[in-house]
Design a protein around this ligand. Structure first.
Ligand code: PXP
Length: 254
């Protein structure tokens, strides 16, 4: 029977709105605490090299003020490694980072980047931080994650969500199938499998129904929806949809 599916709420874009005016409002730590009360199992924050949303001070406050695990998204750079080692978050998700991109546009090349990544994975693991690699749903990348010694992968759901958003249901089915196959393969080679990027109320259920996925990380949609219904309701609705999708497969297995 599939285990429970955790929800990691990414609060980056609360910081985006705050930074638009340079003050302290809205506070991403307050949002994290609210998300926690509404059903988040963890909080995710991406400290980018250019500090466009989350800042070093936010990471320091999140580390001491939230009760649920913190997942730090970070590039494989010396600067970010030092910050991760200083704060010791529960988890670190290594993501590719390009200065000119609007968001994390594709997965990490864990296979091609082995020599660069291996020391980062080892250093984080030695510090007791659970390492995940943000990769495309591709068996080559999953094998590379195993070779690197990463215990967790997060499958990039961007192409799946984009196919839905442009109404291309053939591509949507193909991308969903890729995610399903990659998640099952990841689990079969001993990886814990997460997924995320671009998910919303309309796209979450098929991914949540993949039995081998243990965690979803969702941010932009939840913060955008919070403008209309408030963050608590936005997170609680996502939680409910995930639970419904999981309940359906548990029920089918019973
Ligand atoms: N997972 C990873 C690794 C990410 O980089 C992001 C975006 O920061 C997310 C999940 C969340 O994506 P979104 O904000 O589109 O829900």
């Amino acid at each position: 029977m599939p285990g429970t599916l955790r929800l990691g709420v990414n609060i980056d874009h609360v910081a985006t709105v705050r930074n638009a005016r340079g003050g302290r409002h809205p506070d991403p730590v307050r949002a994290a605490i609210l998300a926690e009360k509404a059903g988040a199992d963890g909080i995710t924050a991406h400290l980018r090299e250019d500090r466009r949303h989350i800042t070093d001070a936010d990471i320091a406050r999140l580390s001491s003020e939230i009760a649920v695990p913190l997942n730090l998204e970070m590039a494989a750079s010396k600067e970010m490694l030092a910050i991760a080692l200083r704060h010791g978050p529960h988890a670190a998700c290594i993501v590719p980072e390009k200065r000119e991109e609007r968001t994390t546009e594709g997965g990490l090349d864990a296979a091609g980047g082995h020599n660069h990544l291996v020391s980062y994975v080892a250093a984080l693991r030695e510090a007791g931080i659970r390492v995940s690699l943000f990769i495309e749903p591709d068996p080559v990348q999953l094998d590379a994650a195993v070779t690197l010694g990463a215990p967790v992968v997060e499958l990039h759901t961007g192409s799946y969500c984009e196919a839905f958003n442009r109404g291309d249901m053939t591509a949507f089915d193909r991308e969903l199938h890729r995610l399903e196959k990659a998640a099952a393969y990841g689990q079969s080679v001993g990886l814990e499998v997460h997924a995320g990027h671009g998910l919303g109320f309309e796209t979450v259920k098929p991914v949540a129904a993949i039995a081998s996925v243990a965690e979803l990380n969702i941010g932009h949609f939840l913060v955008g929806e919070a403008i209309f219904v408030g963050l608590s309701e936005s997170v609680a609705t996502m939680r409910r949809l995930m639970d419904e999708a999981r309940g359906a497969i548990s029920g089918a297995a019973a």
